[in-house]
Design a protein around this ligand. Structure first.
Ligand code: 5GP
Length: 207
């Protein structure tokens, strides 16, 4: 486990996303994405930018001098991962896994299936899983067990969003962007039936 002074301080300061009314939604050009089902903006573009930078600063400090491998969880984490990796002041590598998630429903089934595995072995590596959102925690629990079995030197999680009220397993990612209420959210990589990923903010989906 890497040194954690900054990470611990950061964790105590996880912002609680404060819902804005839809009228506060940023004015952007992705009009094709506007849908009557889009509800409150829970995390706006500026907050996302600022927090991603803070997370990257903490990870940069914690992994200084170490050989870091980021594991992006497809597809939801791609926007976060791309922004986060570019803010890191580290020479790190990236690999991807794809796992089954909700499909077009909005509740976790708890059934996790690997659709695409890592390209390379992680034995002896410092590994940081980069996740979009932790809801029940079942997916993350499965991933952590699976990857721990491959004997990395260290294994930690950086999740952009966490729904603490929905947790079904006793694990908290080391790095968390925002705690959000138990709402189904889309945007910044998160989809509903493959829609809304390109929204530059995280919004609740009203169904
Ligand atoms: P968990 O196993 O923690 O319940 O769910 C984790 C996965 O479910 C996430 O990686 C994501 O794919 C999906 N998920 C959970 N909550 C949400 C949500 O609010 N919005 C979207 N788009 N996906 C979610």
């Amino acid at each position: 486990m890497p040194p954690s002074g900054i990470a611990d301080a950061l964790h105590r300061l996880i912002p609680r996303a404060a819902p804005a009314t839809p009228s506060h939604a940023p004015n952007h050009s992705t009009n094709f994405l506007v849908s009557p089902n889009l509800g409150e903006v829970l995390v706006g573009p500026d907050e996302l930018k600022r927090r991603v930078r803070e997370l990257a600063e903490a990870v940069t400090a914690d992994y200084a001098g170490k050989d870091l491998l980021l594991i992006g969880v497809l597809k939801g984490a791609i926007f976060f991962l791309a922004d986060f990796m570019r803010e890191l002041d580290l020479d790190c590598e990236v690999d991807f896994m794809a796992i089954s998630s909700y499909g077009s429903s909005t509740r976790s089934s708890g059934v996790v299936r690997i659709l695409k595995d890592l390209d390379a072995a992680i034995e002896g590596r410092h590994v940081l899983i980069v996740e979009d959102i932790v809801d029940s925690g079942l997916t993350l629990q499965y991933l952590l067990r699976n990857l721990a079995g491959r004997k990395p030197e260290s294994l930690e999680v950086c999740a952009l969003l966490l729904k603490p009220s929905n947790s079904q397993v006793p694990l908290t990612p080391r790095y968390v962007g925002f705690e959000i209420p138990d709402r189904f959210v889309v945007g910044y990589g998160l989809d509903h039936a493959e829609r809304y990923r390109a929204l530059p903010y995280v919004a609740a989906l009203d169904e």
